[in-house]
Design a binder for this molecule. Structure first.
Ligand code: FAD
Length: 492
């Protein structure tokens, strides 16, 4: 690495009261522009973490230039490929990201896989600082026998399939079975259950892909079990998602009141948001429905159920051994209290017949490049407040920084903090001095390797095409799901 000098300017030339960046005063930024080097900053990943980090840097430094590298030809990460199609309001953040990307001092470099097309070391040579914001793309395995049988899918791949992620388009989930089991009780599990059970006509005006909609129209799935090893108090989903399930047209809940015994007393001590969630669960499980609700449930042709105190032990094969036919669940009980509550097997088991098993027990990041420290156990880049440990000039934000939990708002706060840390280091003279070539150097490398990045204006053409394709069907867009087709549309 050529990071010989970590000072942005010589310390002697750095007056304490005048910082070399425009955090507080726009005028200051102007002085800087005429006298000093433009900080060239590179962000890897164009999900919420990448965009919020870029936004913070551009807002608080009047000269900084930010290039956002993204492996997909399209931006926005899980906002496009994770957030459920029937939650369009969540995707409004895209307009803020678009504003950032349209800044004169920001550029989107799509269809560039960092770690393959260009190394992190090369980026560090070219830029003053590199921020890794590449998310958590791997799913955690169940690690049980039978997990590789056809009919067992990761919820993440299923989500990618209905949301148009190119690499998941060949998934072809078999929805010809009666029952699906989702292992895990977080929001992604509820998203998947909801998409499986929502009457397809209710999804027709969303941005779900046409292929997924077709498959869901033909789906024979009638019952979805959402399984967790612990109890109601430990569920990881939130109230909005649960409420949607309780109100899902054409479905009824299956909740065992025995799972909720004594809960009423225990919820008095829990923090308010969880208390409200528990109250809703309790009502759904134990209260007699009113006349209208009872009639609605009686008419329902589909059902969803929460199965508590069950841990998957094995995926059971069909008689011919060729696909999943059920899940063997170990019955559990809880030990310990509070955060430390653990599920331990009682020794009893229960077989739950099903034709589709979706595992939704969490994600982890991958190492991006051998030169970057990585904690394989936690699945994150070791860091202190976003500074990658022992790697000056290298930062991280979002799920790769703190692990794959939290919503877009959490990711925003976290990414602003990384942006702030980076600017503090810049101010403290901890980043390399002198100009850096930024994209000019990387462009030369990429073009020598036959890689032609997709720009933000290229994305805007694809965006317009998607919107136009959706119009006939009354959809906000019909997503392009084939990378080659996207490139063809861009004249490549
Ligand atoms: P990501 O959004 O995953 O972005 C990472 C980006 O890096 C991706 O674009 C990826 O393609 C890119 N990348 C990866 N590797 C490379 C590489 N080698 N080179 C270049 N680029 C690379 N939050 C909500 O608030 N509301 C919701 O409704 C909601 N729904 C969700 C549904 C699902 C299924 C999931 C999984 C999460 C959901 N979340 C939701 C959480 C939210 O999506 C995350 O908090 C947020 O996306 C994390 O941001 P990130 O930028 O760290 O990761």
């Amino acid at each position: 690495m050529a990071l010989r000098c970590w000072r942005w300017w010589p310390r002697s030339a750095w007056p304490r009261t005048r910082l070399p960046f425009a955090g507080s005063s726009p005028g200051f930024g102007q002085r800087f522009s005429t006298q000093e080097t433009t900080p060239q900053i590179c962000v890897v990943g164009s999900g919420p973490a990448g965009f919020y980090t870029a936004q913070h840097l551009l807002k608080h430094h009047a000269q900084a230039h930010v290039d956002i590298y993204e492996k997909q030809p399209v931006p926005f990460g899980l906002v496009r490929f994770g957030v459920a199609p029937d939650h369009p309001e969540v995707k409004n953040v895209v307009s803020t990201f678009t504003q950032t990307a349209r800044s004169q001092r920001c550029a989107f470099r799509g269809h560039v896989v960092v770690g393959r097309d260009v190394t992190v070391a090369e980026l560090r040579e070219a830029y003053h600082a590199v921020v890794l914001s590449y998310g958590a793309e791997d799913h955690r395995a169940l690690d049980i026998p039978g997990e590789r049988l056809p009919g067992v899918l990761s919820a993440r791949a299923f989500v990618g399939w209905y949301n148009g992620l190119p690499e998941n388009q060949a998934l072809a989930p078999d929805l010809s079975c009666d029952t699906a089991v989702i292992v895990g009780q977080g929001n992604v599990a509820l998203d998947v259950a909801r998409i499986l059970l929502t009457p397809p006509e209710h999804l027709e005006r969303t941005d779900i892909t046409e292929a997924a909609l077709q498959a869901l129209r033909q789906s024979r799935v009638k019952t979805v079990w959402i399984v967790g090893r612990r109890g109601p108090l430990q569920v990881a989903f939130t109230i909005k998602e649960l409420r949607e399930m309780t109100q899902l047209p054409g479905t009824r809940p299956i909740l065992d009141p025995a799972d909720f015994l004594g809960l009423q007393d225990r919820i008095q001590e829990v923090p308010r948001p969880r208390k409200r969630l528990m109250e809703l669960l309790l009502r759904a499980a134990t209260e007699q429905p009113g006349q209208e609700e009872a009639a609605r449930r009686a008419r329902a042709s589909r059902a969803w159920g929460l199965r508590f105190f069950r841990s998957p032990e094995q995926v059971l094969p069909s008689a011919d051994g060729r696909r999943a036919a059920g899940v063997r669940l170990a019955v559990t009980r809880l030990e310990g209290a509070g955060e430390a509550t653990r599920a331990v097997p009682t020794g009893d088991t229960e077989d739950l017949p099903c034709g589709l098993v979706l595992s939704s027990v969490g994600y982890k990041s991958r190492p991006i490049d051998p030169s970057v420290p990585f904690d394989p156990k936690l699945g994150v880049i070791p860091n202190t407040e976003g500074r990658v440990v022992d790697e000056p000039g290298l930062y991280c934000s979002g799920w790769v920084k703190r692990g794959p939990t939290g919503v877009i708002a959490t990711t925003m706060t976290d990414s602003f903090l990384t942006g702030q840390t980076l600017l503090q280091d810049l101010r403290a003279g901890l980043l390399p001095a002198g100009p850096r070539p930024g994209y000019a150097a990387i462009q030369a490398l990429l073009s020598g390797r036959g890689v032609r990045p997709v720009s933000f204006s290229d994305w805007e053409k694809l965006d317009a095409e998607e919107v136009a394709r959706g119009q006939g069907a009354g959809k906000p867009r019909e997503k392009l799901v084939d990378t080659q087709e996207m490139l063809r549309l861009l004249g490549r």
